[in-house]
Design a protein around this ligand. Structure first.
Ligand code: CA
Length: 327
């Protein structure tokens, strides 16, 4: 090859590499990992694996706290197991709040998030209760400006709500209900929230067909399927569907495949007390007549301004299943 052409090619590839590196999103991941515990939701596990193996994301740090389960020692152990499986053992993970009464208290998680915020603007994917993020804001209010966006799996429209299945069952937003005060801190402090609600993913199920793709995949894919089988069975019993919604995975997808998402930008978000139409779950036997919901609507007079994503392309979950099957 002529020297001139090689030099030009070299220049082209260095620009390409530098563009790729700089276009990566700097992201903090806070979660409530329960994958591996019997009869517990597996979505945080699937989401964590997805984030750790996505080229589009630069993980600035990991933290966890109570939520799906309250056993933080278990979460620590399972995080280490997952990091090892996907070849990211170098990443530390930090322990956060053990319950909602620790809101405002300093933990390893709050200090690690603060330290990442001091280094520059950061997007936070908050997959569990808002406690760790809210506590960081309470303890280090001067760092608020560096929170570019907090992407969460909760919220609904003020005017109507979309449920799951043929009976349109309305799921409770456990990430809000589990620590309402922490959610309120984020809204009161006008943190830019992006809501990834049930409306967007209500028909995207990890069904038999998708589970079969994992069965024919790599050892990691087969392990992910094995870990998810009991949870799929739980959904078969109640709410009686072939498959489960892998909620938190869509929060990761919002960053890795933004073009798949349809969202309303600059929309007011607030907490409102509305008639309670959510389904009963194993944890919630008694249901109050009204309930606080995080709602988005152009008709809200006050609240913080954020984003409400209401739809995702039909093949979005298939993309994830394909990626997982090749891990
Ligand atoms: Ca979660």
């Amino acid at each position: 090859m002529n020297k001139n052409i090689s030099l030009k090619l070299l220049l082209f590839f260095s620009i390409l590499v530098s563009f790729t590196v700089h276009s990566k999103e700097r992201v903090w991941l806070d979660y409530d990992l329960a994958m591996g515990k019997k009869l517990a939701d597996v979505d945080d596990g699937l989401a964590l694996i997805s984030a750790l193996t996505s080229n589009e994301i630069e993980i600035a740090g990991l933290s966890f706290g109570f939520g799906n389960i309250n056993d933080l020692q278990f979460m620590e152990r399972e995080t280490i197991k997952i990091l090892h499986k996907v070849g990211r053992s170098e990443l530390p993970s930090y322990r956060g709040a053990e319950d909602k009464y620790q809101l405002g208290r300093s933990t390893d998680a709050t200090e690690a998030i603060a330290s990442a915020l001091r280094k520059g603007p950061l997007k936070i994917l908050a997959l569990g209760r808002m406690t760790n993020i809210a506590s960081t804001i309470i303890l280090h209010p001067e760092l608020k400006a560096n929170i570019q966006e907090v992407v969460v799996n909760f919220g609904r429209r003020l005017e109507y709500e979309v449920g799951v299945g043929a009976k349109n069952m309305i799921m409770p937003d456990t990430n809000v209900d589990g620590d309402k005060d922490a959610t309120k801190v984020l809204i009161d402090q006008k943190i830019p929230l992006t809501l990834i609600p049930t409306e967007l993913m209500h028909d995207q199920l990890m069904n038999k067909q998708r589970m079969n793709v994992l069965r024919n995949g790599t050892p990691i894919a087969r392990w992910m399927r094995r870990e998810s089988l009991i949870w799929k069975f739980v959904w078969r019993i109640y709410p009686g569907m072939d498959g489960f919604i892998p909620w938190d995975v869509f929060v990761i997808g919002y960053l890795t495949d933004p073009d798949d998402f349809s969202c309303l930008s600059n929309i007011p978000i607030a907490i409102q007390n509305l008639p309670n139409n959510t389904i009963r779950t194993l944890r919630i036997r008694k249901r109050s007549k009204t309930k606080d919901f995080v709602v988005a609507s152009p008709h809200l007079q006050n609240g913080s301004i954020g984003k409400y994503c209401y739809d995702v392309t039909d093949d979005h979950l298939d993309k994830w299943v394909f990626r997982w099957s090749n891990l």
